[in-house]
Design a protein around this ligand. Structure first.
Ligand code: SAH
Ligand code: SF4
Ligand code: F3S
Length: 412
């Protein structure tokens, strides 16, 4: 009987991709996947620790598994990922029913960890991944920055770029299995370099893999968006015209204290250059960084006005143990709440305004359902006629309703 494994993933897309990878190692040892916790023989929790709240969710899920394990003590619990890296083996003391702790830096040793545990069968053939229309491809691990608020470098380690040949082989496999859209992943994904293969080269090569219709990537860092990058990708329509580009703050003073490596002006310059080449931009913003004053916060609000983002994800600053900013004096919860509230109010109309801007344009829509698909700029489009999922349809956008576009099909 195969071991049935239930997978719970928290955190970013890199964690989603890591969960898929860990599942392949489990499947090579006789496991199959289940969506029902009550049917499972094993649980894999892949965790995030970027903010306190994220870590809490993972640990409270682990706490709830106590009862599940008591129902059958042979059940297996694996706690993996970024929170596992931070908390390490102290978790095993607190939760003695935990079988395996495998931190984010240990992902390459995950197969060995499974084998050493003696809980799984011998190595055989891994399940064939069926990616559907989308597939992730991890191109680098870790981060070489040291943003003063961020725990990622300490739990993921320094940058390691995967060889371009391995990435292309991975993409080929996924495209052959039916993937049309590939998302390249890394914490500073556009810092990728393998010998003389730059990030732009890699994007172009991935887009040439037979079957690939669209290539996305996340998360880039602003400093690597150079005129050379834009020149190298601008004539390639398969490279998606959407970039998630976290700004974090609109105040150059706070950006300096965060050690982001750019000023407000440089960020806006990069955004406007991308927009001039047809890219839509979404972002992340942190409110209440310890040194953020009211005028700094107002700078963030005015940056939102100037940047014409299509979306902004806003977070309250959360101190992370061991980071530089964790030593600084915190704002009160009341200040954090107040600033978050004001910012959320400011950003709530961004998506609708961005959808409205598309009216009158012609877009290539990658169909996800018979009547619905996404533009290269990442907007949802409803087509009157039905098309098979995975096909790319040229559409004239006639109107926008909230966050949905309605299109007329353009015939050649
Ligand atoms: N590598 C990406 C960000 C990864 S973390 C980059 O550099 O842009 C994802 C997001 O979490 C960040 O963009 C930031 O907005 C948020 N974040 C990271 N650390 C945080 C903290 N200590 N408190 C609040 N938000 C944080
Ligand atoms: Fe964290 Fe900064 Fe690295 Fe992004 S670039 S993962 S925010 S340290
Ligand atoms: Fe979280 Fe780790 Fe991603 S801390 S955001 S899962 S890199």
């Amino acid at each position: 009987m195969p071991i049935k494994v239930f997978i719970q993933t928290y955190g970013c897309q890199m964690n989603e991709a890591d969960s898929e990878e860990m599942f392949l190692h489990l499947s090579a040892r006789g496991a199959m996947r289940t969506d029902k916790l009550e049917d499972a023989d094993a649980v894999l929790i892949n965790t995030c620790t970027v903010r306190d709240h994220a870590e809490h969710r993972a640990i409270s899920f682990l706490g709830r598994l106590c009862k599940w394990k008591r129902q059958n003590p042979k059940r297996i619990i694996i706690f993996a990922g970024c929170a596992a890296e931070r908390l390490g083996n102290q978790l095993k003391k607190r939760y003695p029913y935990l079988n395996i702790v495998s931190g984010a830096k240990e992902i390459e040793n995950f197969p060995l960890t499974l084998d050493k545990s003696g809980l799984f069968g011998p190595v055989g053939k891994a399940a064939t991944a069926k990616p559907g229309l989308f597939a992730y491809a991890t191109i680098m691990r870790g981060c070489n920055f040291n943003c003063t608020y961020c725990i990622v470098p300490s739990v993921r380690g320094p940058i390691k770029c995967l060889p371009a040949a391995d990435i292309l082989a991975d993409v080929q496999r996924k495209a052959q299995a039916g993937a049309k859209e590939i998302m390249l992943l890394g914490q500073t994904v556009n810092a990728y370099q393998d010998g003389n293969v730059s990030f732009a080269d890699l994007l172009n090569r991935v887009s040439e893999v037979p079957g690939v219709e669209r290539v996305r990537f996340t998360s880039p860092h602003p400093i690597y968006f150079t005129p050379q990058f834009l020149a190298a990708v601008k004539d390639n329509p398969k490279i998606a015209r959407h970039v998630h580009l976290p700004v974090q703050s609109g105040s150059s003073k706070v950006l300096g204290e965060m050690k982001r490596g750019y000023t407000r002006e440089i960020f806006l310059e990069k955004v406007h250059a991308l927009q001039a080449n047809g890219f839509e931009i979404s972002t992340d913003i942190i409110v209440g960084f310890p040194t953020e004053t009211e005028p700094d916060f107002e700078q963030t609000l005015s940056l939102v006005d100037q940047a014409r983002f299509m979306a902004a994800y806003c977070f309250k600053y959360s101190p992370r143990q061991g980071t530089v900013a964790a030593q600084m004096q915190l704002h009160s919860e009341e200040t954090l709440e107040k600033r978050l509230d004001i910012l959320l109010n400011k950003v709530k109309g961004l998506a609708e305004a961005a959808y409205a801007r598309q009216v009158g344009t012609v877009q290539q829509v990658l169909m996800e359902e018979p009547h619905k698909g996404k533009t290269s700029t990442n907007f949802w489009v409803q087509t009157g006629l039905a098309f098979s999922p995975g096909s790319v349809v040229s559409c004239k956008i006639e109107r926008a309703e909230g966050t949905l576009l309605f299109a007329r099909i353009e015939h050649d």
